[in-house]
Design a protein around this ligand. Structure first.
Ligand SMILES: [Mn+2]
Length: 305
């Protein structure tokens, strides 16, 4: 049991400490730091309004939190005890129905983080939200995404802001050469063509080889900061059954960790973990998401913002 010590309520300002303050926990928040500059601020977006196949990612944020409170917080590969980091969990954003408005609200929130150079972690929710989270990132920020899909459709089921379109919308506003895409295996012929404009594409077969680790490290070294987006369906369904649009032939959780460790020493602008769908999960998907969150928090603490 790890993070319980960091999420204790503690004394209320101006009031004496009671045993209720001491023993009660605000479950399932990731952390309750009230530091003026926490190392990381977490927020969830329980939104799955455009999910095309199996809905349920609206339940993702709290499932990831619950899993996070039960994974080991000490990262041996990075030498960081995440339990000791000041992490603030701001809870979940209020949901609005329209996907563009939802992404706009996310964008307003993340713009404040970028302006104050504070690092955030967004827990999804569907991947359309990343269009809001990344589009106002400062110049010089590279975008590293793990995903089975390219999400480069111009529209899907009547919406240009569907989770199948978010990277198309993003790369209309930002340079596609700033995108490193890892794990892609399910896309239309047009999407494969568009993906050739990305700065780096690592297939599931190549991912994890020493050549792929080096290619990612070199890609990241050309940017001031990196934004990391993990669509949990980048993992093979064997590792992550709890997702809305699973695709066979994917990454292992070890492979994603090995690739994430290539970011050691790089400044991270923010990151997100998306598309966890608890109704289809046997528990392994949210635990994998929690492990990624833990290691990314450790990476953030090493390099600062
Ligand atoms: Mn996907």
């Amino acid at each position: 049991m790890t993070a319980y010590a960091t999420k204790k309520g503690g004394a209320r300002p101006g009031l004496p400490l009671t045993y209720l303050d001491l023993f009660s926990a605000v479950d399932p928040l990731v952390g309750q730091s009230n530091a003026s500059r926490p190392v990381l601020t977490v927020f969830g977006v329980p939104y799955d309004g455009t999910t095309s196949y199996r809905p349920g990612t609206r339940f993702g944020p709290n499932a990831i939190r619950q899993a996070f409170l039960n994974v080991e917080a000490y990262s041996k590969p990075l030498g960081v005890d995440v339990e000791k980091l000041p992490i603030r969990d701001a809870g979940n954003l209020a949901r609005v129905i329209d996907p563009k408005k939802m992404a706009d609200n996310v964008s307003k929130v993340t713009s404040e983080f970028y302006e104050s150079r504070s690092v955030f972690c967004m827990l999804g929710g569907e991947h359309s939200l990343t269009y809001g989270a990344f589009r106002n990132a400062p110049a010089g920020t590279g975008f590293v995404v793990f995903d089975a899909h390219f999400d480069l459709r111009d529209e899907w089921e009547g919406s240009r802001y569907s989770h199948a379109c978010y990277l198309r919308r993003l790369t209309e506003k930002t340079d596609p050469r700033a995108v490193a895409h890892i794990g892609g295996r399910a896309a239309t012929k047009d999407e494969w063509k568009l993906s050739e404009k990305f700065g780096l594409v690592i297939s599931p077969g190549e991912a994890g080889t020493s050549a792929s680790l080096k290619r990612l490290a070199v890609f990241c070294s050309t940017f001031k900061r990196i934004y990391v987006s993990i669509d949990i369906d980048g993992l093979d369904p064997a590792f992550a059954p709890g997702t809305g649009t699973p695709e066979a032939g994917g990454l292992s959780s070890k492979t994603i960790l090995d690739l994430l460790y290539q970011l050691k020493g790089r400044k991270i602008a923010g990151f997100d973990i998306m598309e966890v769908s608890p109704p289809y999960d046997n528990g392994t998907t949210s635990v994998a998401a929690a492990r990624f969150m833990n290691e990314l928090a450790a990476l953030v603490s090493i390099a600062g913002s």
